[in-house]
Design a protein around this ligand. Sequence first.
Ligand SMILES: *Cc1c(COP(=O)(O)O)cnc(C)c1O
Length: 454
Amino acid sequence: MTEETKILLSEKQIPEKWYNIQADLPVPLPPVLHPGTRKPIGPADLEALFPMELIKQEVSTEKWIDIPDEVREIYRLWRPSPLIRARRLEKALGTPAKIYYKYEGASPAGSHKLNTALAQAYYNKKEGVKRLSTETGAGQWGSALSIASSFFGLKCTVYMVKVSYDQKPYRKIMIQSFGAEVFASPSDKTAAGRKILAEMPDTSGSLGIAISEAVEDAAKHDDVKYALGSVLNHVLLHQTVIGLEAQKQMEIAGDYPDVVIGCVGGGSNFAGLAFPFVADKISGKAKNLRLVAVEPSACPTLTKGAYAYDFGDTVGLTPLIKMFTLGHTFVPPGIHAGGLRYHGMAPLVSHLHKLKLIEAVSYLQNPVFEAALLFAKSEGIIPAPEAAHAVKCAVDEAIAAKEAGDKNKTILFNLSGHGHFDMAAYDAYLSGKLKDVAFSDDEMRSALKSLPQI
Ligand SMILES: *Cc1c(COP(=O)(O)O)cnc(C)c1O
């Protein structure tokens, strides 16, 4: 048993392959359907949007996929990321439980998103693409992709959800600092944006709308491709470096988690940490391991949504994917965890939830910020509001262990990013201005009506 607080790996221990959970699924993923014909799509249907190597990864059932040297080389700037034993938080809670967190905020982008942004920029560059178009919610993905694009010499256009564009000017400036262009979405740059603006001129925007704009931009231009920061299989694949490193680090610590926790927006940081551990659960190595996805009560996709075929965007341009969804027309309230405001959920995360291999919980935002500040005062890091949802769940698990007199519980969670660009959200919390909004049954009924009939 190590006495260390930070468990670090050397650069040589950066994983050489990503782990593809599709190889180990007890039941394969349902097919993705064409939005027009409603028949399963093939690689050719995705060629306008993505480079071939990413399309291959999207459908691959190979268990291990090589990480290109060019990508690993840049991972070395901050990977392996630290695994930290939250001893001071344990003390503050008076819990006998051990709490570990994997800190992805150590990346230059401030979150886990650079793990996939680099891989996506690399494959696009290799296949001759000149510009990437994308959406961003809180601005985290936009900053990650702008960094990756600048590293690989690509232009980059970011459609940024309007509420974040207004609330988070510093993320916007960060994106511009790396040479990318940013538009508040809905924008007048695309037909999708103009349509929404005509219908709802005062809309605060949503990820679904911004995706419609970015997809249209890529579909209309031959040398432009689209990059998505979450949800898709290849994105979740790239994030598995997090869990693969964490497994080695837990081994060094002489521990193994009883519960693995991550917040979920589209599902990628949760998947990144959890999937290598789900493999242990599927193989029988860790039969009783619990994996918990944490979401905001204002956008409770896994805990309240329907498991159904739906569009990934608001306008209905994307293929139909089977996932937990609140309906593609759902515009979540402007809660501060902008990165968790997505109507759908990664098909892989949805599938595992349906198969009961993972669990989900949801929290209102005030208790989430309360836990985040307890964490900050103990560990010194102000969590991103998204990551704060994972913190809240870890704190609750630790308190439950204390109350049950359970002395052997080990908790591992993903601190997906820091909150240094989210001070406005903390300001709102500290001055008592945050509203606790939950998703209503009425909203769910109207969401269900918007689902395409398959
Ligand atoms: C984007 C983001 C999330 C949510 O996205 P996932 O794909 O669910 O990981 C969570 N935390 C941070 C810090 C983010 O930037």
